[in-house]
Write a protein that binds this ligand. Structure first.
Ligand SMILES: N[C@@H](CCC(=O)N[C@@H](CS)C(=O)NCC(=O)O)C(=O)O
Length: 261
């Protein structure tokens, strides 16, 4: 009998195969973590990869790339050249009507936009290593730090906002740079305080990377690109330096992406 490949089978058969695998694993693993194991096995055998629409310099895409690396999840990267305006192409708008990256196409073909939603999804389908701490209060604190960056700093400094300031509102580059640096510095000042209360030399919360760190590192990279003075934020600089040395973070960096120019 040949090797059974569920990728070639119809949805019902693939489903039945997955159920059978789970049943076997449950019997064989006797109390061990058979769910994680079975999910990994299903993914490996099916050969169906997720697809991430990304841009090397996009900090929201950078977040998702870190999470994928931390989870060791296979994913095809599909570059969308933001500087050339490819996010406005009808083909891409059919994928994400917001015209923003990242967008993740799951193994079942659904599209998820919004980096934090994608990261939550990845954490749910592949729970180890966890991207949030163990207890509800700690989880909420780590999420709050992530939101500080992703919801209160990043949207003010996104490409379309900077282009609007310069193009539509006629501001010069000095004013745009000032705008960028003002909002990053204000947000980082608050994060620096939170990190001094809850973090360590290795992470924003506790000593293991969480979603807060996944948001911090790309924002630091972006701040350096815009020549923001980071000297008032020694904790953030220290944590960022540690994290950038970890493989999952290093391999997600903009300069090593296939579409980096
Ligand atoms: N809240 C969204 C933000 C996504 C976003 O702003 N993406 C930027 C790149 S970091 C983008 O696609 N910009 C295109 C543009 O501004 O035209 C997320 O977290 O995914």
């Amino acid at each position: 009998m040949g090797i059974y490949n569920p990728a070639c089978a119809g949805p019902l058969t693939a489903y039945a195969w997955r159920r059978a695998s789970l049943w076997c694993l449950r019997r064989q693993c006797g109390g061990r973590d058979w769910r994680d194991l079975s999910q990994e096995m299903c993914r490996a055998v099916s050969g169906v990869k997720m697809k991430l629409y990304t841009y090397y310099r996009s900090s929201a895409s950078y977040r998702v790339r870190i999470a994928l690396n931390m989870k060791n999840l296979a994913c095809e990267l599909v570059p969308v050249h933001l500087a050339q305006g490819r996010q406005h192409d009808p083909d891409f708008l059919a994928i994400n009507p917001q015209g923003l990256v990242p967008a993740l196409v799951t193994e079942s073909g659904h599209v998820i936009s919004q980096s934090l939603a994608i990261i939550d999804y990845l954490d749910e389908i592949s729970p180890k290593p966890a991207l949030l701490p163990g207890d509800p209060e700690s989880r909420a604190l780590a999420r709050a730090m992530a939101a500080l960056v992703a919801c209160d700093i990043h949207p003010l400094n996104n490409l379309r906002v900077l282009k609007y300031l310069k193009g539509t509102l006629g501001q010069d580059q000095t004013a745009v740079d000032h705008w960028y640096s003002h909002w990053v510095s204000e947000g980082f000042a608050a994060l620096e305080t939170l990190v001094s209360q809850h973090g360590s030399d290795k992470a924003c919360f506790g000593d293991k990377p969480t979603v807060a760190d996944i948001c911090l590192v790309p924002q630091m990279w972006n701040a350096r690109r815009f020549n923001v003075d980071l000297s008032p934020f020694p904790n953030l600089v220290r944590i960022d330096a540690h994290l950038c040395g970890l493989e999952a973070f290093a391999d997600a960096a903009p300069e090593v992406q296939p579409d980096a120019t």
